[in-house]
Write a protein that binds this ligand. Structure first.
Ligand code: 13P
Ligand code: ZN
Length: 272
């Protein structure tokens, strides 16, 4: 079977298009990765052609032997569906979790996203804490969330509470809340370590003045999570543009009632 005929490739490409349509991927902004299932990689074995091993730039022993579908560095989301073999690649992780090799794609050369350390360290954490369920890591340059990182304190509690308040379904969609990474140089191990620490607890991590990382079980849930958080941020930006102070909002007791009705557990740390 050809890689581009698989359901995972079609889902990946559709998600890239959806992110482009949302306006979150100016130029080469943002990146996406998917942890491929064993059955899926076996089905495309004849379409793979392994290249040289390269350093990942960090250690991910928990991902040894795994295969990932990943966007290429410097590639534009806008072009993914037009020429996926130029924009995307499949990589294999070696037995030590220190190296990767390209086994498909990037037909005109290139390398996986510069945020590969963050993607893989997030995958490693999420594979462990979700019992293997989470497979998608998505980084987008979400306009309104970025805008809020200039006016709100860079604090998990403040961002969680504000995003929960701006749309009733937010606490149901991300009951664990949102983590915030202060401004850091992107593309390396340091920001990957900081982000993956937050991913132990949250499915969303905001990079101040840069963008957002989301983790989920599949393309729909991960895109939906990013969309929900960014829409909530958009409502807050609009609200703050009309008035610096909210006249009314969803209260802590309202959240407790919501948690009961929707059978989710909301940490008291965000309700006080
Ligand atoms: P890449 O083109 O290397 O994926 O980088 C884009 C980006 O958003 C960096 O944070
Ligand atoms: Zn980025």
């Amino acid at each position: 079977m050809k890689v581009l005929d698989t359901g995972f490739a079609k889902g990946f490409i559709r998600m890239a298009d959806d992110g482009w349509i949302k306006g979150w991927h100016e130029r080469n902004g943002g990146n996406l990765s998917y942890r491929i299932k064993n059955t899926e990689i076996e089905a495309v074995e004849d379409d793979l052609c392994p290249g040289e091993w390269h350093e990942i730039g960090t250690d991910v022993p928990g991902l040894a032997g795994e295969f990932f579908f990943v966007t290429g560095s410097g590639k534009f989301f806008r072009n993914v569906s037009i020429d996926p073999e130029d924009s995307l690649c499949i990589i294999e992780i070696d037995d030590s979790g220190k190296k990767y090799r390209i086994v498909w794609g990037l037909k005109n050369g290139g390398r996986p996203t510069s945020e590969l350390p963050s993607h893989l360290m997030n995958h490693e954490v999420k594979k462990r804490v979700s019992g293997g369920k989470h497979r998608v890591i998505y980084h987008a340059h979400t306009t309104n969330i970025i805008a809020l990182t200039f006016v709100l304190p860079l604090d998990d509690k403040v961002f969680t509470r504000e995003l929960w308040e701006m749309a009733t379904e937010c606490p149901v969609v991300f009951p664990q809340g949102v983590g915030v990474v202060p401004w850091m140089v992107p593309g390396g191990k340091e920001i990957a370590v900081a982000t993956s620490k937050l991913m132990e607890k949250y499915d969303l991590a905001i990079w101040a003045h840069h963008g957002t990382f989301a983790s989920g079980e599949d393309f729909d849930l991960t895109f939906g999570l990013m969309h929900t958080a960014e829409k909530s941020a958009e409502i807050l930006v609009k609200t703050l543009s009309m008035s610096p102070k909210k006249l009314q909002t969803i209260t802590s007791d309202n959240f407790r009632d919501l948690a009961k009705a929707f059978n989710v557990s909301l940490s008291e740390e965000f309700l006080n």
